[in-house]
Design a protein around this ligand. Structure first.
Ligand code: ACO
Ligand code: OAA
Length: 369
């Protein structure tokens, strides 16, 4: 075995089939169950996209109504889950709070071990309905604010924002949020989805797989990058300082968060759609400084390294303009990606093989005491 036989990071390795989404770096496209994600973001609600990812087809009007009723019926924060969240110190990262809360939901579900298709869909829907309440409440308690109960006359995105901020924002903001979570919902065998599939492959339960996915998403090389982008923006300050900041950061061999991708080497298919949403927010909030800084860092990075932004680059400043705390950004990614994870968990369970690769030993030769 040579070094070239070892696929460090599994780069370029195809490990299974999936019918959930298709990432095509050659055409710079992303399809959810065959539909271009840009078309879904422009025309659909997050609820429609969740239904599509789980069931393979877009809902009829009647099916959508029923599906929305199920989410609205479960969106209030469960008392037991709230009690668990309240026990966690504010020093914990919100991703740790969310990971613990999801674990508590699993531990209190008497059907946690049941893995029929219907039961898995019910569990996935419960998490999808409950996670916004956890994320919203955690941000509020950190600000010293009380819990805002949900409103069942609002769609998923408007209600999420309402539970977080205590008011329904303008349509422009709800729309940009809806676009962001549709773009974040699914991306084939990324690290967190693969983690969820590995856990599922051992015949573990859906909640354990989602908890593992949250752990994998937290890292700065994956979902944690949207938070890290905002730290970068804060560090740079203004657009005129971006180039010098980048030179210094590259000289220190730092990774520039929100840039680069394992699969897309020529730009992330989702960035133009999310950048357009960011531009609308910049107009709505009258914050041209945000776009100037965005553009100057991107231009400097492309001209210096020819590395393009990934989805976390426009999402970070978009969530900042909406008023979310920086620490809440990656939990927002979880709220969206739980749909993709659970679609993959069900796909893995339906056609399972234990995931267990090999390694090449490079420790000491056999020796004896
Ligand atoms: C939604 C998402 O999860 S998208 C990903 C979010 N993550 C980030 O934004 C973190 C920053 N980006 C990165 O660290 C990387 O681009 C990754 C981890 C996303 C992809 O990494 P890989 O596919 O392993 O690319 P790899 O690390 O081989 O990069 C190739 C070269 O580009 C460099 N490079 C890649 N991305 C960056 C970056 N963001 N900043 C600086 N250099 C970079 C690497 O250092 C490497 O240089 P070298 O050949 O001189 O060693
Ligand atoms: O696909 C990846 O490796 C990371 C990513 O963009 C995502 O999970 O959305």
């Amino acid at each position: 075995m040579t070094d070239t036989d070892i696929k460090k990071g599994l780069a370029g390795v195809v490990v299974d089939y999936t019918a959930v989404s298709k990432v095509n770096p050659e055409t710079n496209s992303l399809l959810y169950r065959g539909y271009p994600v840009q078309e879904l973001a422009a025309n659909c609600s997050f609820e429609q996209v969740a239904y599509l990812l789980w069931r393979g087809e877009l809902p009829t009007d009647a099916a959508l109504q029923e599906f929305e009723d199920v989410e609205r019926g479960q969106r209030a924060l469960d008392d037991n889950v709230k009690a668990v969240v309240d026990l966690i110190p504010m020093t914990a990262h919100p991703m740790d709070v969310l990971r613990t809360a999801v674990s508590a939901i699993g531990a209190t579900d008497p059907e946690a071990e049941l893995a029929t298709e219907e039961s898995s869909l019910n569990k996935a829907a419960r998490l999808y309905a409950q996670i916004p309440a956890i994320v919203a409440y955690d941000q509020r308690r950190r600000r010293g604010e009380d819990l805002v109960p949900p409103r069942d006359d609002l769609g998923y995105s408007a209600n999420f924002l309402y539970m977080t901020f205590g008011e329904v924002p303008a349509d422009e903001v709800v729309e940009a949020f809806n676009v962001s979570i549709i773009l974040y919902a699914e991306h084939s065998f990324n690290a967190s989805t693969f983690t969820a599939r590995v856990i599922t492959s051992t015949l573990s339960d859906l909640y354990s797989a989602v908890v593992g996915g949250i752990g994998a998403l937290k890292g700065a090389l994956h979902g944690g990058a949207n938070e890290a982008v905002m730290h970068t923006f804060d560090e740079i300050g203004t657009a005129d300082k971006a180039e010098a900041w980048l030179e210094q950061a590259l000289a220190e061999k730092r990774k520039i968060m929100g840039f680069g991708h394992r699969v897309y080497k020529n730009g992330d298919s989702r960035v133009p759609t999310m950048k357009a949403a960011l531009e609308k927010l910049v107009t709505y909030y009258n914050r041209p400084d945000t776009l100037e800084l965005y553009n100057s860092l991107e231009e400097a990075m492309v001209s210096r390294k020819n590395i393009k932004p990934n989805l976390d680059y426009p999402s970070g400043p978009a969530y900042n303009l909406m008023g979310f705390d920086t620490l809440t950004f990656t939990p927002l990614f979880v709220a969206a990606r739980v749909v993709g994870w659970t679609a993959h968990i069900m796909e893995q369970a339906a056609s399972n093989a234990l995931i267990r690769p090999l390694s090449e030993y490079n420790g000491p030769d056999e020796r004896h005491l």
